[in-house]
Design a protein around this ligand. Structure first.
Ligand SMILES: Cc1cc2nc3c(=O)[nH]c(=O)nc-3n(C[C@H](O)[C@H](O)[C@H](O)COP(=O)(O)OP(=O)(O)OC[C@H]3O[C@@H](n4cnc5c(N)ncnc54)[C@H](O)[C@@H]3O)c2cc1C
Length: 407
């Protein structure tokens, strides 16, 4: 497909190719694969295995961090962390969007009302810990296809699947080594008609304060932070610069119906992920017991523009499946199905089937404290001296910041 894109726009022309950084484009969705053995890399093989023998690196497995022990907690003074695993410089929390706020709350840092209700003694008031949580919602439109070999064969034909598995283990070839999908990112102008877009943007702007208050859990600073985010997003929608949806085409069934409940046929699917939700939820502990999972309310589709974008994307996927070149291989829609013929019916179907894309973010946000932030730009938790928060995606940047800070 990358070649087709290049042919369409001309060699050396950056337009139309995701790989060249143009988001209004399509491209192959590459996996991080080691070309010498066709194997996908991971955090373990990239960041642990090469350094496993270092004497100053200790990894403790099958252990749950319960909380941080604070060395002092007087008045408004900065706190210093002291672990039951001793450390000399600082604690870096990297337990994920749900795990990191949980550890902070179990350590007494957060909204004192929530902490007390869970049986935790408040140590430091940072009421937006666990707030500003957002996630990507995943949905699908799929069709039957006349293509004779799709990845459906791995489920439909056990003998074929066994052969492909043997090929993979023998020399890393076969269907299990195939690039799984192509990728496109849909701009608002592809998802909405101009008048619908204008109406949606006007509604979002008119209700800005309402939604900022609804999503901020009665926290005035965070309401300002959410309002600031919601102020920018519609402007970018208007300029076609906020790209709300990932659309990726996949040569197999992908959707909500189990293998045994769907027709045993070959499929083509267009997956969709809502990239830029305005809906905002939260995650908080329910108990002082570190083994009790926290509650998560992702507030999916709490903002009307998120719902409209997902409905619009089903209609866009339908247009793609019934227009050249996909119309030559698609032989009829399976899901959502021809009976979902109004926006309301599409929305009802989506509400009953959509899933998380496991891309949750934002629960310890890097924003000014006056806008409800929890972490500053050096990744330090506000009003603490020795606690930072990092995530995998910015791990190397975090290392630079920490080294720079200590130099
Ligand atoms: C199925 C799936 C597919 C995905 N596909 C993609 C993709 O294709 N592209 C992409 O960019 N992203 C993808 N993601 C999202 C991506 O994996 C996450 O955004 C990313 O891993 C988040 O990194 P993190 O450092 O915040 O936390 P995590 O990677 O979640 O790491 C947190 C770690 O902390 C550990 N932990 C939590 N609490 C404790 C505790 N109390 N004590 C000890 N350890 C604890 C957890 O076990 C975990 O190992 C996918 C996620 C899933 C689940």
């Amino acid at each position: 497909m990358a070649r087709e894109v290049e042919n369409a726009v001309g060699e050396g022309d950056d337009r139309g190719c995701l790989a060249n950084g143009d988001p209004h484009a399509v491209g192959i969705a590459p996996n991080s694969i080691d070309a010498t053995n066709n194997t996908r890399c991971s955090a373990a093989c990239a960041y642990y295995t090469p350094f496993a023998n270092r004497p100053n690196l200790v990894v403790i497995i099958n252990a749950t961090v319960s909380h941080i022990l604070w060395a002092n907690s007087t008045g408004g003074a900065k706190l210093t962390a002291r672990g039951s695993i001793s450390f000399s410089k600082e604690v870096i929390l990297s337990a994920g969007t749900i795990g990191s706020p949980k550890i902070l709350e179990l350590s007494g840092v957060g909204n004192s009302t929530i902490l007390k209700a869970a049986g935790v003694t408040p140590v430091l008031s940072l009421p937006t810990v666990g707030e500003n949580f957002a996630d990507h919602v995943h949905s699908w439109a799929n069709a039957f296809t006349n293509i004779t070999l799709t990845k459906d064969a791995l489920l439909l034909n056990p003998a074929f699947a066994a052969k492909q598995e043997a090929l993979w283990f023998k020399n890393r070839t076969g269907l299990y080594s195939a690039v799984p999908r192509s990728l496109g990112i849909a701009a608002p102008s592809a998802v909405f008609t101009p008048s619908e877009l204008n109406t949606r943007i006007a509604q979002a702007q008119a209700n800005l304060t309402h939604f900022a208050e609804q999503f901020s859990n009665e926290n005035p600073a965070l309401a300002k932070g959410i309002a600031a985010q919601h102020k920018i997003a519609p402007t970018l929608y208007q300029k076609d610069k906020e790209l709300p949806l990932e659309m990726n085409a996949e040569p197999r069934y992908s959707g909500p119906t189990s293998f045994s409940a769907r027709p045993a046929r070959n499929y083509t699917t267009i997956n969709s992920v809502l990239y830029a939700p305005l809906s905002c939820g939260r995650t908080h502990i329910l108990s002082s017991d570190p083994l009790v999972p926290p509650a998560v309310d992702p507030a999916y589709w709490a903002h009307p523009i998120d719902v409209a974008a997902q409905v619009g994307r089903i209609k866009l996927a339908r247009r793609m499946l019934t227009a050249p070149p996909l119309d030559s291989i698609c032989t009829g829609e399976f899901e959502p199905g021809a009976d979902k013929d109004t926006d309301t019916k599409i929305e009802d179907w989506l509400r009953s089937v959509v899933a998380s894309d496991n891309h949750e973010v934002g629960s310890l946000s890097t924003m000014p404290q006056s806008l409800g932030g929890v972490v500053d730009t050096s990744l330090k938790v506000y009003r603490t001296a020795t606690v930072r928060v990092a995530v995998y995606m910015i791990g190397e940047r975090a290392a630079d910041i920490i080294r720079g800070g200590q130099a």
